[in-house]
Design a protein around this ligand. Structure first.
Ligand SMILES: NC(=O)CC[C@H](N)C(=O)O
Length: 358
């Protein structure tokens, strides 16, 4: 069956329908990872977006559900050059096509994803309309695309009830804005006891449990939209509890302390983004998935200083908070999929909690 992808700028791509047969309007973003499509599809930060994979052959090692980063697929749609029909991998239990059908994710294959990516890079991220109906109403599609915005996505992906993952070590409270399982694994493997709170948790309740550390996760959408959460995070900042935050958590902490975030032209999504740690001068290769960034200049230098920068475009990739035991990063040190270069930051979080107790 044919599928059609119309962009807000009027460009039309015609390909074949994959996955569920469903009409959607979404924000189209591209990811340059060569592998890790299952981790991408199950990363809650993609809620409200449709993902284009720039690597041309996707699905060739099938689906191994243990590799999922959350309990389900989140993107509104999946766009590839060629969907592998055969899954060649001893761990695979099904094909990507079957997975997309089961997870009710529509998609399109057989389009020039390189041309599509160039449009998004040159003109910036934009909305798109995906359909299998050849007679779709173009005006109506345009109107729906113009009106589309990712809204309320953090509440959609966060856990609804608090839960605990036992551990023998220090106690860490996590605010779940769309956590990826590999973050839980990285923290658990260091022996920590994890209490995972929903996104609408009150700072007072979290602090009442006297955690040794607080961890803020990644998550979807515009960080500035989360007004209540930002207010609670300010209270956590005011406490003396060490805090480590990744991606959306990094952006929320900056907003809570007087900083500003802005939407990037086309974001950073992939497994090879170079970041420099300004403390050591070393550059690391990192996995990333973000469309917003913190404007370093908006932060009072007495509140926070830039700790990491992106080597490609100079954007902020991390902040160290002055006089506080707080470190936040824009990239993904848990990196699944991706390089393990920056996983030392989880060990650093343990050190931050030790120092606080000393
Ligand atoms: N992975 C994330 O936490 C993404 C944060 C935010 N939604 C952004 O796009 O910038």
């Amino acid at each position: 069956m044919k599928a059609y992808l119309l962009l807000e700028d009027g460009t039309l791509f015609t390909g074949r329908s994959i996955g569920a047969v469903k009409e959607v309007v979404s924000e189209i973003v591209f990811n340059t990872s060569m592998t890790g499509y299952l981790e991408v599809l199950t990363d809650p930060s993609y809620a409200g977006q449709a993902v284009v994979m720039t690597y041309p052959l996707i699905g060739n090692y099938g689906i191994c559900r243990e590799d999922m980063e959350s309990g389900r697929a989140w993107p509104d749609a999946f766009i590839v050059r060629e969907l592998a029909e055969l899954a060649s991998n001893f761990r695979s239990r099904e094909t990507l096509q079957q997975f997309l059908l089961e997870e009710d994710v529509p998609g399109i294959e057989g389009i020039d994803t390189r041309a599509l990516t160039k449009i998004l890079r040159e003109r910036g991220t934009m909305n798109g309309f995906l359909t299998t109906n050849p007679d779709f109403d173009r005006e109506e599609a345009m109107r729906r695309m113009k009106a589309y915005q990712v809204l309320g996505a953090v509440a959609r992906v966060s856990c609804k009830e608090k839960y605990v993952i036992p551990g023998k070590g220090k106690k860490v409270s996590i605010i779940d804005c769309g956590i990826k399982r590999n973050m839980l694994r990285e923290l658990s493997k260091r022996g920590l006891e994890l209490t995972v709170w929903p996104q609408d948790a009150r700072a007072e309740d979290i602090l009442a449990e006297k955690p040794d550390g607080i961890f803020l996760t990644n998550g979807p959408g515009d960080p500035a939209e989360n007004v209540g959460l930002i207010r609670e995070i300010k209270k956590l900042y005011d406490s003396e509890v060490p805090i480590f935050a990744i991606c959306l958590g990094h952006q929320l902490m900056a907003l809570a302390t007087g900083g500003k975030t802005y939407k990037m032209k086309y974001g950073h999504r992939g497994g090879n983004h170079p970041v420099r740690d300004l403390e050591s001068g070393r550059a690391y290769i990192s996995a990333q998935n973000h469309g917003y960034a913190v404007d370093d200049k908006s932060l009072d230098p007495k509140v926070a200083e830039t700790r990491f920068v992106n080597v490609n475009d100079g954007t902020n990739e991390g902040l160290a908070y002055c006089g506080k035991n707080i470190l936040t990063v824009q990239f993904h040190p848990e990196a699944c999929p991706g390089p393990h270069d920056t996983s030392y930051l989880f060990d650093h979080f343990l050190d931050m909690m030790e120092v606080q107790h000393a």
